[in-house]
Design a protein around this ligand. Sequence first.
Ligand code: ADP
Length: 549
Amino acid sequence: MQQKIFYSIFSACFLLLLIVNIFLIFSFEAFLERELFLKLESSAKQVKDSANKYINGELKYISHHRLTIINNDGEVLYDNFADISKLDNHILRHEVQEAFKNGVAKSIRYSDTLQEKTLYYALMHDNLIIRLSNTHDYLFGSIVRFMPYFIVEFFAFLFLSLLLAKVLTRKILKPIIECDIDSLSKDSSYKELHSFVKKIKFQNKVIKQKQKEILLLIENMSDGIIWLNRHGNILSVNKSVSLYFSDIESTLSIYQLSDCTFLKIALEALEEFKKNKQQENKILQLKIAHYECEVVLSSIISKNKFKGMVIVIRNITEKKIAQKLQREFSANVTHELKTPLTSILASSEMIRNKLVAKEDLDSFVDRIYCESRRLLSMIDEILKISFFDEGKEDRLKKIRINLKNIVERVSERLSLIAEGALVTIKLDVCDCHIFGVEDLIEDSIFNICHNAIRYNKPNGEVLITLHKENDAIKLSIKDTGIGIPQDSLPRIFERFFCVDKGRSKKLGGSGLGLSIVDTALKYHNATIDVKSEVGIGSEFIITFKEVES
Ligand code: ADP
């Protein structure tokens, strides 16, 4: 910008200087022309009375001007520059004709005699034309004599133009260079800058805001971030890092960290980045402060130089647990499916090979039927678990539902089973609305109620109560069954967990029901609590958030 302004001012000055100088030269030429004509005129007036003496040869005109005396026939009678015998008739010369007509005449034209552009002054005296002339070169000579002055003036002005351009550029840019955006008041001399400054101020505000947001985001990120310089000094850390290194706030260098494994990895990466061996991010998994972590180490390169390193620590403990559970689940599924299938295969093979006595055939067929049903319900439950594991529940539509209707429907569906198990179902319900997926809620309530019947005693009871409590809805399913031992209580929601495997198998259970219930309720932001006493019974309490009716 500075250069542009400087060159603009200088070019303008230089152009002005050229125009002024050209004008001066032309004006000077015109001035000299006028001066020459005056000289010619005065010389002509001086010689007019002595014209005859020049003609007769009594006088000789000695001057740098040319004197020509012509008679009224155009014949040249005297010329101090040329041999008159060789001169042609001058009657047709413009200045001669004009002088005969008007008494005096001036003309600038090409001279046949002198072979140059020439200035003529002619006057008529005693029927003679006294003509004085001089070549244009004579003028040029005068200009050349003045040339050194022109050159000095030109360079002086050129120097002044440079100086002016420099001073003006500095003066114009001074307020911009020294501009303090905040103190640029409305009455400053640069009013044109106000809208520009306004825009900059606005941009500044936006940038500061974004900067704040980014810092806030980094500060509150769940991943821990450590910035190091090339020497391993800690430049900055965010809040989450303290989860892994409790005294990180007071740690100045990475060398002060007590976790040897982490330190070794970080130092190795720092060395590799420094030696340019490693340009890409280094990603590895390790345990930091009891957490399974994924650590990403990235180099900070500026102008092709290694400046430092960023370490991102991500807690993947839950992911690891989930992976472990998934692995265990797959192993369990295989095992659990294999058991009924083996039983079905063995029984059917014995029947096929006619190894079963006629009287035992019914019990064999019965076993195949029960195991097949168990297999089918297990596959059904595994499919439900996979459905949740794949996160497909998000596709289900949540609607406003009345829990009372669902509870009544479940009780109806279970009435025959309850009757068969000699268990009475009692209801104490009122209208309670929640927002949820009807099928999932019904399946969950069915499962708990079904367990309350299955793990009950003959002549036992299942009491289902549904009521509002402050902003919550409490659904309680209380039975007078066998109860759950205290040490098993925290595990009943685990996949494939059964308190008594034999009993569950007999009752057609797989240990998957409550884990499905737990997942489905979590999806509805509902909680489930269990109270139980062996031999007395169990109570499952589900707490939902109420929807405004
Ligand atoms: P299952 O198909 O074996 O019933 P669940 O996941 O539904 O599997 O239940 C897990 C275990 O919790 C059961 O095996 C059972 O031992 C215990 N359980 C669940 N509900 C009750 C209850 N109402 N009374 C006693 N035990 C129960």
